[in-house]
Design a protein around this ligand. Structure first.
Ligand code: AMP
Length: 288
């Protein structure tokens, strides 16, 4: 199961969209297990194109009444085309399973890299944050708020380029949202309080991730959920003395972890921030 870089499965423009089925794929090693299914390495037989096939059992989706959410994930992710957003090429289903044909991220989870090394260097962290800012700017332009950006949802391709995956919680909206969702440590104060929220929740998460990339743990981590809630609400932010990081980095984090969502640094300003300019590797950041 080798062969890179792959070409997307061909889709004739004049004929109706191809109906994929299991008969079109050879299945390889398991890549991982998620909440609702498993992901396998796979190869489209005709084109030899390597993909990741995500298998989800319909029974599970029905049990948790997630049909609408799943459809939203599929629609959003198929419509997005950005080098830092994992492609969803298509999907198909049989009597009891749904299959997602996904871009294969050879480098696996960013989270695993972070745990392996403890923390990233400033240039690695800045490159990831700049890639995320570019991808989020693109998503926001399309009225998509991800809302569940966390290291587990960030994958790396064969060149170490960051890919945002898992649009399970994302929402396409022009108005402020009111539903409580996401993972505690990465939640913005307005989400913790279950208040209306908008695009600025993703900017807050960039601040959390930047901190975690540099120091190895999210800033408001605590023994209990209620302590984390309290720390988020107070924006109880402090920087460890080790590893030593530049003041530009701590300044950027402090400009993103701002309680008033309208005062958080915009994605455009992140891209021009002295820390990004100084440390991010421009050759691995893709604009559109
Ligand atoms: P998920 O169900 O999306 O949470 O995926 C479960 C795990 O499978 C992830 O944590 C990754 O380790 C792996 N995985 C998911 N999608 C891909 C992909 N496109 N390429 C490589 N590995 C993946």
């Amino acid at each position: 199961m080798a062969g890179h870089p792959p070409k997307p499965p061909k889709q004739p423009t004049e004929t109706p969209k191809k109906q994929w089925s299991m008969a079109d794929f050879e299945i390889g090693k398991p890549l991982g297990k998620g909440k609702f299914g498993r992901v396998y390495l796979a190869r489209e037989i005709k084109s030899k194109y390597i993909v990741a096939l995500k298998v989800i059992f319909k029974e599970q989706i029905e049990k948790y009444k997630l049909q609408h959410q799943l459809r939203r994930e599929m629609e959003i992710q198929t419509s997005l085309r950005h080098p830092n957003v994992l492609r969803l090429y298509g999907w198909f289903h049989d009597s009891d399973r749904i299959f997602f044909i996904l871009e294969y991220a050879h480098g696996g989870e960013l989270y695993k890299e972070l745990r392996k090394t403890g923390h990233f260097s400033e240039s690695q962290a800045a490159t990831y944050i700049a890639s995320l800012a570019q991808a989020l700017a693109y998503c926001h332009e399309k009225n998509v708020i991800h809302r569940d950006i966390k290291p587990e949802n960030l994958l790396l391709d064969h060149e170490g380029r960051l890919k945002i995956a898992d649009f399970g919680w994302s929402v396409q909206s022009k108005t402020k949202r009111h539903t409580m969702c996401g993972t505690l440590d990465y939640l913005a104060p307005e989400m913790v309080e279950n208040k209306a929220h908008d695009y600025a929740v993703d900017n807050w998460t960039l601040g959390i991730l930047c901190y975690e990339f540099l120091f190895g743990a999210p800033p408001f981590e605590a023994e209990s959920q209620s302590d984390t809630f309290r720390r988020i609400m107070k924006v109880d932010l402090s920087f460890p003395s080790t590893p030593v990081v530049s003041t530009e980095a701590t300044t950027l984090i402090s400009q993103l972890l701002v309680k008033d969502s309208s005062k958080r640094l915009s994605l455009q300003k992140i891209m021009k921030h002295p820390w990004i300019v100084k440390y991010a590797d421009p050759t691995s950041i893709c604009s559109k």
